[in-house]
Design a protein. Sequence first.
Length: 494
Amino acid sequence: MAKITTIIDIGSNSMRMVVFKKTSRFAFHLINESKSKVKISQGSYENNGNLQQIPMQRAFEALRSFLDISKNLKSRKILCVATSALRDAPNKKEFLTKVSKELKLNIKIIDGQKEAYYGGVAALNLLALDDFVTIDIGGGSCEFAFVENKHILDTVSLKIGTVRISELFFNHNNLDDAKKYIHNQIEQNKTTFDQYKKLFKNIVGLGGTARALTRIIIDKSKSPIDTIHGFRYKFDDEKDLFKYIIKAQTTKELKVLGVRKDRYDTIATGTFIFQTILEYFEVKHITTSGAGVREGVYLTDMLRGSNHIFPANFNISVRSLLDRFVDDEQQSKFLGANASKIFDILEPIHNLDDKYRSILVIASKLQLIGISLNVHKHEDHAFWYILHGLNYGFTHKQKALIATIAKFTTKSLPTKKDIKIFKSLLPNIKTIRFLNFMMTLNIILFKQFNNTKYQYKLENRTLTIIAPHNQYLVKQELDKMETIDNIQIVYKVG
């Protein structure tokens, strides 16, 4: 697969492009994200689905600019897909031919099931969830993917979208008929939806509407992490917000509610569709995905030899950060392995759930990121990069905890005051202090960067660390470090 790959997604409302750069076999990171609100389907639903000349020209010019960006970034592979607007348009050949002839770009029109599948692939690989249903509200259609144990069981595509519903109902202030239309679309696939009813306990929102709503909720809640991807909220807590957005009559009202300018024309319709679906299926929780069709296209191409799923125990964000910011892979491996040993030997004292072992291991591996950026205040650098660089595969709570553990690796353990900003996302202070104690111990034992193989013995509350040779600086730091729960540390050479 090409080292730099461009994915273009032509939707009914917006055209988007992402450019990914591989760092190793399965790891990559985003190097460009571009968007143009071309509204290619504008006016089509009132004209038997036919694309209109002005929107088509907007889309053509946007594609020309996208290709220019892709070329300048030295992308060697371009995958372009089009969804509802083009697949429903009787005159789509006119647009496809023009693009192929003048821009030398082949557009692949995907059906609704494939669109839903791509969204499902993105979510199951890039979110920390196993069982869920994706809901992707586009301009012309709405896709569902049913995922269990990280496998896509089925998909459904409905002719529900912001542009379609606006032109058919919303612009005529006909909300009752709009709701009936949405219910009818769902009930035409009732057998499938009933089959996977239990999966609706976890909904993953994809697409522009879900992301726009989540931005507003994050701003309103003053969440300490403002990242959309992986953000989780309760539908009942946000019903009033949904209602106010749907009823808003002016852009001023939308602005007061926190809606961004580029969403003024579609947010009310999109929210109405989303609310109608959530109420129909009695949804309780929503997790928002910042990844969707574009990431799904990329992953399906990259993972074509492994059933479109990452290998077990692989995390793309951890691997990508290590690829880019850690020069010596053996050092990060040592820190991870040693962290696991420390966790296990002290388990009779800390009594922490096993899930914290992987948290400690990841934090230990990523600690070196800060040093690669700048030795001075390297803990702060590591904290920031972990918090904002673990883009995929982690919940907000996990990211906050990993970053916090990586930050406090000096002589003193963190206090309640130190973690005040992230308190709502973190476990109790005792858990944090114990994890930080183990993290600090691990970092000290690595003080001389020599990957020493230690042996550990625990008797009562005395931890004996046996090293194959003397390390003066390590012993000096151990003597000064703050311990926890009256643990005594003894360093021996043997």
